[in-house]
Design a protein around this ligand. Sequence first.
Ligand code: ZN
Length: 204
Amino acid sequence: MNFSSKLLEQAVAEFGRLPGVGQKTALRLVLHLLKQPETEVSRFTEALDRLKREIRYCATCHNVSDTAICGICASPKRDGGLICVVEDTRDVMAIENTDQYQGGYHVLGGLISPMDGVGPSDLQIDSLVKRVEAGGIHEVIVALSATMEGDTTIFYLYKKLKDFGVQISTIARGIAFGGELEYVDEVTLGRSIATRVPYERSIA
Ligand code: ZN
């Protein structure tokens, strides 16, 4: 692309770095912003600025939060003995949208992927083991996408947790197969959590 302005070129380059945004889309977004009143654009940049500067991660479940302990972990209405292990915050949102789950979460922050150089120590696995080790947990539901990375991660978690005497379950694999949790519709996702199966049975 030939730009008549260095500033325009720079802004397009930044937007173009976002996932799923090509050069053409980046240019369209930037030109759109350029047409907006200055106050609108300020609100936009300030939201991003504050997001990065002020966002926190729950000390218990590692979900994004505005407070040290997130609203879900702090809620007396939730079953603190039930943990649903997910890849990232999008999965928490997807499961919350089903309105069918009343336990807590544990956000791993990714999946084990030797190909991408992501090992267990890069994820929030030790803190999950500590939560289970501390007691009071009766079931861990592992709700990861049915990809090779998801399967590797579930198997690793199972090995780490199986001796603590907690039930380890997985969500219905056929339903989420090959897909990511956030793309599964709410009814299906809710049902797959309700009809979860003990993990031992799925590897037997
Ligand atoms: Zn939390």
